[in-house]
Structure formats: structure tokens, C-alpha cells
Design a protein around this ligand. Structure first.
Ligand SMILES: Nc1ncnc2c1ncn2[C@@H]1O[C@H](COP(=O)(O)OP(=O)(O)O)[C@@H](O)[C@H]1O
Ligand SMILES: Nc1ccn([C@@H]2O[C@H](COP(=O)(O)O)[C@@H](O)[C@H]2O)c(=O)n1
Length: 203
């Protein structure tokens, strides 16, 4: 199994890059794990209390479960990947049965900050986009898809997102083997990563 970690700030285009990589690759050979699925459960908190959580700090993520799931997949076991709700700021009761594949892609803002998780990656990729571009994308996406309004996004950006990006996410770029510039769609970089994956699949 080849495990690829794809990190980068919010709105850098990680999810888009993953989908571009997966296009044209056989569905049965590649699987995806999203770090967002591993936000800790916060059933004990009210909705208002959950909305105040700093979701850009590594402590918000259940890295133990994520690492155990990846290790299980490496051993050939299927896992129940949790399903997260951005609208309710909490894990749902649902899960996605995720089967082991020749190539597993793990994507998320903080995945290169955790040493145990880093050790599990064969290739580490960081998707880079400038912060103004990322903020614009995040605003549009969170209003369209994640039940937010402009005040919520801008307030979160100032209070937690930007400081956590500078403290944890940007420095984790140093661990990357490949950095993909993604201010514009970068088809050349996607083709290179796809070639590496195809080689692995056909070995
Ligand atoms: N290279 C790009 N140019 C313009 N828009 C992009 C680009 N990559 C992603 N987007 C858009 O930006 C938004 C955030 O992208 P997404 O892939 O969800 O980022 P991430 O997973 O890193 O948070 C989406 O609406 C997506 O369509
Ligand atoms: N309840 C939550 C949980 C997380 N976030 C934000 O999501 C971002 C990470 O996801 P991307 O798809 O953008 O990589 C992160 O910056 C958190 O602030 C949230 O808004 N609400």
C-alpha cells in the first residue's frame, strides 16, 4: 500500500487536488481519508459552546483514531471512517466503510503536524495558495456549503484560523516532499503525482 498525505491551509485546494488526482484513476485502486472526519466528538457541549472551539489547533483532531485506522488499512482491514457535520460542529452517528486500497490518500490541514501520522506517509505533499486567495475561497465555500455567514468566517479567520495557520500549518510545509503551488489550477503537478500513483498501481 502507498499512503500519500496531502496537507495545506484551508482553501488551498486539497480536496480539489485529491479529486483531480483520482479522476482517471481506477476507483477500486485508490481510497480517501479526510482529516475532517476525525474531529473529536463534542456531544457533551451545546451548539453555542461547540461553535467556540478552535478547530485549527491539533488538539481538535483525534489523531490516535486516525493513526489506528491507517494502520488497520495497512494490515488489510476495512475501517469505519466517521462522518463529520460542519453545520452541527460535531461527528454524526454515520460512518463510511473504507476498504484498503493499493493507494490511500489522507488529506487535511494538520496532518503533517503529527509525528506518528507523518511516519505512516510514503509521500508527503503540501498544497500552497496565498492567504488572501484562501480566505476568498473559504468565504465562498463556507457560505455555500457549510451553513456559515460572512461574520462567522471572518471572525473565525481572525481569532483562530490565521494564528493557527502561522503556528502549526505553514511550518509543517517543511516536512513535505512535494509542494504544489495552487493559486491557479496546476495540471502539471497533478499529472506528475498521477504518474507516480499509476506506477505503483501497475507494479
Ligand atoms: N486552483 C484553484 N483555483 C480556483 N479555485 C479553486 C482552486 N482550487 C480549489 N478551488 C476552490 O476553492 C474552494 C476550496 O477548495 P477546497 O479544495 O475545498 O480546499 P481545501 O480542501 O484545501 O479546504 C472550492 O470551492 C474549490 O472549488
Ligand atoms: N466544525 C468545524 C470544523 C472545522 N472547521 C474548519 O474547517 C477547516 C478545515 O477544513 P478544510 O476542508 O477547509 O481543510 C479548518 O480551517 C476549520 O476552521 C469549521 O469551520 N467548523
Amino acid at each position: 500500500m502507498l499512503i500519500i498525505g496531502i496537507a495545506g491551509g484551508t482553501g488551498s485546494g486539497k480536496t480539489t487536488v485529491v479529486h483531480q488526482i483520482m479522476n482517471e484513476l481506477p476507483e477500486t485502486e485508490v481510497g480517501i481519508i479526510s482529516q475532517d472526519s476525525y474531529y473529536k466528538t463534542n456531544d457533551h457541549l451545546s451548539m453555542d459552546e461547540r461553535a467556540l472551539i478552535n478547530f485549527d489547533h491539533p488538539r481538535a483532531i483525534d489523531f490516535d483514531l486516525l493513526c489506528n485506522h491507517l494502520k488497520g488499512l495497512k494490515q488489510g482491514k476495512s475501517i469505519n471512517q466517521p462522518v463529520y457535520s460542519f453545520v452541527h460542529h460535531n461527528r454524526t452517528d454515520d460512518y463510511i466503510i473504507t476498504h484498503p486500497r493499493k493507494v490511500m490518500i489522507v488529506e487535511g490541514i494538520l496532518i503533517l503536524t503529527n509525528p506518528e501520522l507523518r511516519e505512516l506517509f510514503d509521500i508527503k505533499i503540501f498544497v500552497h495558495a496565498d492567504s488572501d486567495e484562501r480566505l476568498i475561497r473559504r468565504l465562498k465555500r463556507d457560505i455555500a456549503d457549510r451553513g456559515r455567514d460572512m461574520n462567522e468566517v471572518l471572525n473565525r479567520y481572525q481569532t483562530t484560523l490565521k494564528p493557527m495557520h502561522e503556528q502549526f500549518i505553514e511550518p509543517s510545509k517543511a516536512y513535505a516532499d512535494i509542494i504544489i503551488p495552487n493559486d491557479k489550477y496546476n495540471t502539471v503537478a497533478i499529472d506528475i503525482v498521477r504518474t507516480v500513483i499509476n506506477k505503483k498501481i501497475n507494479d
